[in-house]
Design a protein around this ligand. Structure first.
Ligand SMILES: Cc1ncc(COP(=O)(O)O)c(C=O)c1O
Length: 393
């Protein structure tokens, strides 16, 4: 067998992530590696912490990236904050809420699940009813931006409910960070994790995370050993802390160069402008899709701008549609997950990929393939609608 260098096809990434990586991030990652305890590297780690505090809008001292994908950020929050035998309220409104439940069970916790319909946000009233019935609970978890359905939940209200009943809130912000308003300190979020590969336009493989002092105190009060050595925040704090840095693991040096660059870029653009850009481009894409006759799964005021979930038109095989977009247009969009498999497609407008060129390209490709598949759509109107919306908004 002959092995050659791998040269991936050039795709337009408009799925649920990984999103397109900015060339500046790729260039930063190609810089020479240095030792992970080199003083220059340690200084860059400090800058990453400051830049993440900006991205999360927090002053939390424990704000670091975990050297693994966002699933590890979720697991870090769970194994550190959930004690064996502890009851935890888990709000589920899609696939990732379900993952949180699974993590809690594996950590020895006892999940009390609140089911919400897929495609709808987490209901604060249901949360309140449940905490009222379980007064011994001290932890609540929910997903801010549910990537499986394209729904944004009202994090501030949910955290307020949790705090009112003396609970800490763990929040999954994998798809929201950098794309939708997120204010960790103002909203009082106790523990939050995200991913590098979505609205930050970095490579997959890092999970930014931030814990408020209240959450850190809960970890410090624990008498038992955190079940995961690698994700034990007591040990990670020694590596990322401000005092003498000690070896914990070999940080992914070049990947962290990439995250640093992505965060510098976010800072240059400004968070509010980044949120507004995602919203603006969602408006253009939405107008084009709706002009074509396509409809959204999620109600207008609950939608994520960075992840547009669209019903597959009747008679169209969703897998064939996505395959043709990939083969004929090099356009990568996402499939429906779980209960929505085969019924919806997911179009991402994340980070660097949230631009007008991608909006127009996606509409053009989608229209051409759907028309060819004899889907009942309006042709010749989507591009104009998108352009008008972009100008008007
Ligand atoms: C909301 C949410 N949580 C968790 C994850 C897991 O992230 P990763 O695939 O980086 O482990 C994802 C990934 O898409 C996600 O969208």
């Amino acid at each position: 067998m002959n092995f050659n260098s791998f040269n991936p096809p050039v795709r337009t990434l408009m799925g649920p992530g990984p999103a397109e990586i900015h060339p500046r991030v790729l260039a930063a990652m190609a810089r020479p590696a240095i030792g992970h305890l080199d003083p220059a590297f340690l200084q860059m780690m400090d800058e990453i912490k400051h830049l993440l505090q900006y991205a999360f809008q927090t002053k939390n001292a424990l704000t670091i990236p975990i050297s693994a994908p966002a699933s590890a950020g979720m697991e870090t929050c769970v194994v550190n904050l959930v004690e064996p035998g502890e009851k935890v309220i888990v709000c589920v409104n899609g696939l990732f809420g379900g993952r949180m439940k699974e993590n809690i069970e594996r950590a020895g916790g006892i999940p009390v699940t609140i089911e919400n319909r897929w495609g709808e946000p987490v209901d604060p009233n249901k949360l309140e009813d449940t905490v009222k019935r379980h007064r011994d609970v001290r932890l609540v978890t929910f997903v801010h931006a549910e990537t499986s359905t394209g729904v944004l939940s009202d994090a501030k209200t949910l955290v307020d409910v949790a705090h009112h009943y003396d609970c800490l809130a763990i929040v999954d912000a994998v798809t929201s960070l950098g794309g939708s308003p997120l204010k960790v300190d103002e909203w009082g979020i106790d523990a939050i994790f995200s991913g590098s590969q979505k609205c930050l336009s970095c490579t997959p493989g890092l999970s930014p995370l931030s814990l408020a002092d209240r959450a850190v105190e809960k970890i410090k009060r624990r008498r038992d050993k955190i079940q995961s050595w690698f994700l034990d925040l007591n040990l990670l704090m020694g590596y990322w802390g401000t005092k003498l840095r000690s070896y914990h693991h070999t940080a992914p040096v070049n990947t962290l160069y990439g995250l640093h660059e992505a965060l510098v870029m976010l800072r240059e653009e400004g968070l509010e402008k980044a949120w507004a850009r995602h919203w603006h481009l969602h408006g253009a894409l939405r107008s084009g899709l709706e002009a074509m006759g396509l409809s959204f799964l999620v109600k207008e005021n609950k939608r994520l701008p960075q992840l547009n979930v669209i019903h597959v038109p009747p008679g169209v095989d969703e897998a064939i549609l996505r395959r043709r977009l990939l083969d004929e247009y090099n356009l990568d969009i996402g499939a429906g997950l779980g209960a929505l498999a085969g019924k919806v497609i997911r179009i991402g407008l994340m980070g660097h990929g949230a631009n007008m060129k991608n909006v127009m390209y996606c509409l053009e490709a989608l229209e051409a393939v759907l028309f060819d598949m004899r889907a009942p759509i309006q042709t010749g109107v989507a591009m104009n609608a998108a352009q008008s919306a972009a100008i008007l908004n």
